[in-house]
Design a protein. Structure first.
Length: 230
C-alpha cells in the first residue's frame, strides 16, 4: 500500500492546501486571470457533486455524503486487496487518483462547515471562527476554483430552446479533487483491458503454481514404507 498511500497523500496535500488558501484569501465570486480568458481562478462553492452539480437539497446532500463514505471505504479495501497481488502499476495509480479525489471532496463536505465561517461576496471566510462554523458535520460546501472557458460564443438561432444563448466550453468550475477523479476514471476506461488482463494473468499464474505444488508430494508421503524400513 506504500505507493497508493503516497499518491493519495500528495494529491490530498495539494488539494487541501489550495482550497485552504482560496477559502481564507478570496471572497466568493472573486477571480484571478491566469492565462487571459482561457484559465481563471474563480472562487465558488457547491453543496453537491463534482463540477458544481447539485443533488436534491439537504437530504440529497446527506445521501451523497454517505455514498462518498461507502465508496471511499470500498475503493480503499479493493486497493489494499490488490496490492497483495502482482497487478499493473497503472491500475494502482488510477484507483489511487479516484480515492484521493473522493477523499478530498469528502473532507470539504464533512468538515469545512465546522472549520470555516461562511464565504460571501463581501468578506473572506475565517478559519476556526469564535462563533463556530457555517454548517454541521457532512453539510459543508465543496470549494471549487479552476475555470477554463476556452471556447465562448452563442448557439445558432435555429437550435430549439438554445438558439441565441451564450455557449461556453468548459463551463463548470471544478477543483483538483475533481480532476483527480476524472483522470483516474479515464485511465481505467482507456486502459481497462491492459490493467485487468494483467491482474487476471497474475491470479491465473498463482492458481497454476498452487495446483503444481499440490501435485508434488514429498517422497516420504509417496513412499511411506521407505521410512518404516529405515
Amino acid at each position: 500500500m506504500k505507493k497508493p498511500l503516497t499518491i493519495v497523500g500528495i494529491i490530498l496535500l495539494i488539494d487541501q492546501s489550495v482550497k485552504f488558501w482560496i477559502k481564507t484569501n478570496m471572497s466568493l465570486g472573486q477571480e484571478y486571470k491566469v492565462l487571459g480568458d482561457w484559465f481563471i481562478i474563480h472562487f465558488t462553492e457547491n453543496p453537491g457533486m463534482a463540477f458544481g452539480l447539485e443533488f436534491a437539497g439537504e437530504y440529497g446532500k446527506l445521501a451523497l455524503s454517505i455514498f462518498r463514505i461507502i465508496a471511499i471505504i470500498g475503493i480503499f479495501y479493493y486497493l489494499w486487496k490488490i496490492t497483495r497481488k502482482e497487478v499493473h502499476t497503472g491500475l494502482l495509480v488510477s484507483l489511487s487518483l479516484v480515492l484521493a479525489g473522493a477523499m478530498g471532496n469528502m473532507i470539504d463536505s464533512a468538515f469545512y462547515g465546522m472549520l470555516f465561517s461562511s464565504s460571501n461576496y463581501f468578506e473572506v471566510a475565517r478559519f476556526l471562527p469564535a462563533e463556530g462554523g457555517y454548517a454541521t458535520f457532512l453539510h459543508g460546501k465543496v470549494v471549487d476554483m479552476l475555470y477554463f472557458p476556452i471556447v465562448q460564443g452563442y448557439y445558432p438561432s435555429w437550435i430549439p430552446w438554445l438558439g441565441g444563448n451564450e455557449f461556453v466550453f468548459f463551463r463548470p468550475v471544478f477543483n483538483i479533487a475533481d480532476s483527480s477523479i476524472t483522470i483516474g476514471v479515464l485511465l481505467l476506461i482507456i486502459f481497462q483491458n491492459k490493467f485487468f488482463h494483467t491482474a487476471e494473468k497474475s491470479e491465473t499464474a498463482a492458481v497454476e503454481v498452487s495446483a503444481e505444488n499440490a501435485e508434488i508430494q514429498p517422497e516420504s508421503v509417496m513412499h511411506p514404507e521407505t521410512d518404516l524400513n529405515n
